[in-house]
Write a protein that binds this ligand. Structure first.
Ligand code: CAA
Length: 381
């Protein structure tokens, strides 16, 4: 595998870096404290083409590859992981799924504005009693006169209250288990579509996470994505790509931890010297750097497989599992290097730890990633 980035990939990475520093960094601390959604930043991300990065230009996207997407996600998440997850969900869970499985009608009506960043999307699979055990969908969509009548509750939905369009997984045929689940595009403002509470979270506080409620929502039949009964496969296939996005988000956080630790260790003095002169600190910095590099290679290799049209779900799970784990480890070490300063808001590392933790949970917990990896290994051998 060749990771000499092309001129275009480097340009995307540099654009993302400059945008993140200039437009995202100044408000990141304040938005984290207030739990404020970055609406203006999301609009600008859309104008840059960063909300539909892998969608072809004729469908409103930037026509880039997954490697470019990973590079941009790292740069954005390094500055603010909340913005990272908003970007990741729209790109990999919403646009990718609609491009791959949407009808021409759905692509025209929903994908194009989503890929252009004129509209924002959300992906609603999780329910109060169906998180990891995602086949146990209680939300139902009964067919009536060319419509689906949608009833149920979805939980922990990223972009929940901010999204214009939500991809909702619902059971259309209870007798068929997970093969009776279908995906529907639901528009904000549909009568009967409501919101539960906006979650007050430990981390990624500037992103919007909410429960959604559906009470007798009439969804036109043409809003069915792919085919009836294919909703669970739709969710699994899109989540494979989503896991590459979350791996990149985690790498961004881990890199931010390493940069902060390097900077602080060269400034802080103890026992008459900079703390970077102590081997105890140097070993921590080395370990962090090795982990970041390994996570990047795993994630880029999953992205390269996806770009080559090869099977990548095992590698995506590995990338997400490892990158999220090392993001938490790097955040803990960065705090340790900062000592007492690491535990207060004045320095950014405490936010990095709070933001890192969710990467081990969403888009499949790390325990689920291990199941996916083990099943793939057993199938292959
Ligand atoms: N890729 C493609 N297909 C997959 C797959 C994968 N990684 N994992 C499972 N499948 C398919 C299987 O091939 C099978 O398909 P068929 O019926 O067509 O043969 C189907 O899914 C059912 O699979 P299993 O029989 O293995 O079902 P299971 O119940 O034993 O296990 C699971 C399924 C892997 C545990 C699955 O439920 C899962 O991935 N759970 C985690 C759900 C998750 O990731 N949720 C994240 C919520 S979204 C989110 O977090 C977004 C956000 O807001 C940031």
């Amino acid at each position: 595998m060749n990771f000499d980035f092309t001129e275009e990939q480097k340009m995307i990475r540099d654009t993302a870096r400059e945008f993140a520093q200039a437009e995202i960094a100044p408000s990141a601390v304040d938005r984290d404290i207030k739990g404020e959604f970055p609406a203006g930043i999301v609009k600008k991300l859309g104008e840059l083409g960063f909300l539909g990065m892998m969608v072809p230009p004729e469908l409103g996207g930037a026509g880039l590859d997954t490697i470019s997407y990973v590079l941009a996600m790292i740069e954005v998440s390094k500055v603010d992981a909340s913005v990272g997850v908003i970007m990741s969900v729209n790109n990999s869970l919403v646009c990718y799924g609609l491009e791959k499985y949407g009808s021409p009608y759905i692509k025209e009506k929903y994908l194009i504005p989503l890929a252009k960043g004129e509209k924002l999307g959300a992906f609603a699979l999780s329910e109060p009693e169906a998180g990891s055990d995602a086949t146990k969908q209680k939300t139902v969509a009964d067919k009536e006169d060319g419509y689906f009548v949608l009833n149920g509750i979805k939980n922990w939905i990223t972009n929940g209250q901010s999204a214009d369009y939500v991809l909702v997984m619902a059971t259309t045929d209870k007798s068929k288990g997970h093969k009776g689940i279908s995906t529907l595009v639901v528009e904000r403002g549909t009568p009967g579509f409501g919101y539960g509470k906006k979650e007050d979270k430990l981390g990624i506080r500037s992103s919007d996470t909410s429960s959604l409620t559906f009470t007798n929502c009439k969804i036109p039949g043409e809003n069915l994505v792919w085919e009836e009964g294919k909703g669970f496969n739709f969710a699994m296939n899109t989540l494979n790509g989503g896991r590459i996005g979350i791996a990149a988000q985690a790498i961004g956080i881990a890199e931010a931890c390493l940069d902060a630790a390097l900077k602080y260790s060269k400034e802080r003095k103890a026992f008459g010297q900079h703390i970077s002169d102590f081997q105890a600190i140097q070993f921590k910095l080395s370990d962090m750097a090795v982990k970041v590099e390994a996570a990047k290679l795993l994630t880029l290799s999953a992205a390269a497989l996806k770009d080559a049209g090869k099977k990548y779900y095992k590698e995506a799970a590995m990338a997400k599992l490892y990158s999220s784990k090392i993001a938490v480890e790097c955040a803990l070490e960065a705090i340790q290097i900062h000592g007492g300063y690491g535990y207060v808001r004045e320095y950014l590392v405490e936010r990095y730890l709070r933001d890192a933790k969710i990467t081990e949970i969403y888009e499949g917990t790390n325990e689920i990633q291990k199941i996916v990896i083990a099943r793939a290994l057993l199938d292959e051998n």
